[in-house]
Design a protein around this ligand. Structure first.
Ligand code: SF4
Length: 342
């Protein structure tokens, strides 16, 4: 058997105390939040629907997408969304000839993945997670059909919908608010950074004010909001990353996902990295920022993710993003040093 690769222990964050902590405060995980609310283990079931795209890819906002985006890298491994003979939805699509096919795809993905989550992780109830691309970027009739189909599956307690701040119509907000009266509805927005120069640099296609406004609107409609943050974006200092985290807390998110920026093949960022124009965040710096961001976080905001990575040959850099278990171990060690646990 090959020897397991040992990763050198990271330098602990500056705020680490050398004294052992008698009590460690538990960070509220999303799993705990769901367990308390539904009284059993609830798992998110990621689905990926063909025909969806993103306005930052199809040219409505920009072409090429965010410089770090290689959409397959965050698609579920199951039945990746394949193009439907070049058909893509947008907010103005007059018809959707593939709706029946999309509904069948949704059902098949849900049934297959929920069975696996039940067997492997003891899941008893589910939230259907529309994950890949921009999942409100379609006419309301299509969205209604997909969301209502998802809510009709056995033991589904709600939906989580990943989208962009510029891609959700007023009527979709109102419809989701209606659903939220009887079921658990979450919207996930990519915040990434509050610095517009960074958002321009990564070709995000919207500014920070757009995200702040969308979060405020979602909260006004009574929806739950999860924000995505990326640490290690081009030219960002630690102070900037922490300002972004603080802004997300202040804007009223209910849950967060923290990610390091890593470089995968077939992206604009890979080209920048190849030309020496982008240096990935080190594990030490990521731990330092993450610990400080978590120490600042109000306790009612749940956490869905503390890091990210990809364990296949599409990852170019940094190498430490390949080893999820080692990453989690390093994070737990660093959190222990500041009296937190995840
Ligand atoms: S908004 Fe999301 S799907 Fe669209 S290009 Fe950026 S990362 Fe990719």
């Amino acid at each position: 058997m090959a020897k397991k690769k040992i990763i050198a222990p990271p330098v602990l964050p500056a705020i680490t105390s050398s004294k052992p902590m008698a009590h460690r405060t538990q960070i509220l995980t999303f799993g705990q939040y769901l367990r308390e609310k539904f009284g059993c283990k609830v798992s998110k079931v990621p689905v990926s629907i063909s025909g969806f795209t993103c306005p930052n890819i199809d040219g409505s906002v920009a072409k090429g997408g965010c410089t770090f985006c290689e959409n397959d890298s965050f698609s579920p491994s199951l039945d990746k969304a394949k193009p439907l003979k070049g058909f893509f939805l947008n907010l103005q699509s007059p018809t959707n000839p593939y709706l029946e096919q999309q509904l069948q795809q949704l059902q098949w993905q849900f049934e297959t993945l929920s069975k696996k989550l039940s067997c492997d992780h003891g899941a008893q109830k589910y939230m259907v997670y529309f994950q890949s691309f921009t999942n409100t970027y379609a006419p309301l009739e299509t969205l209604k059909a997909l969301y209502e189909k998802a809510l009709s599956f056995e033991n589904v307690v709600g939906l989580s919908i990943g989208t962009r701040s510029d891609s959700i119509s007023e009527e979709t907000f109102a419809y989701l608010a209606h659903l939220a009266q009887t079921t658990e509805i979450w919207i996930e927005f990519g915040i990434q950074s509050i610095f517009d120069e960074t958002l321009v640099k990564v070709n995000r296609g919207h500014d920070s004010a757009s995200v702040q406004a969308a979060i405020a609107k979602a909260k006004g409609y009574g929806l739950n909001v999860c924000g995505h943050l990326i640490f290690g974006l081009p030219n960002e200092t630690k102070a900037m990353m922490l300002q972004t985290a603080q802004a997300a807390y202040d804007w009223g998110v209910d849950s967060l996902k923290y990610h390091p920026l890593y470089v995968v093949k077939r992206t604009a960022l890979a080209n920048e990295y190849g030309r020496g124009e982008f240096t990935p965040i080190t594990q030490e710096c990521y731990l330092e920022v993450l610990c400080e961001a978590l120490a600042m976080k109000p306790s009612h905001i749940s956490v869905q993710r503390l890091t990210a990575g990809i364990d296949d040959n599409s990852l170019i850099a940094p190498e430490w993003c390949k080893h999820k278990n080692e990453q989690l171990h390093a994070i737990n060690t660093a959190l222990k040093g500041i009296g937190l646990k995840y």
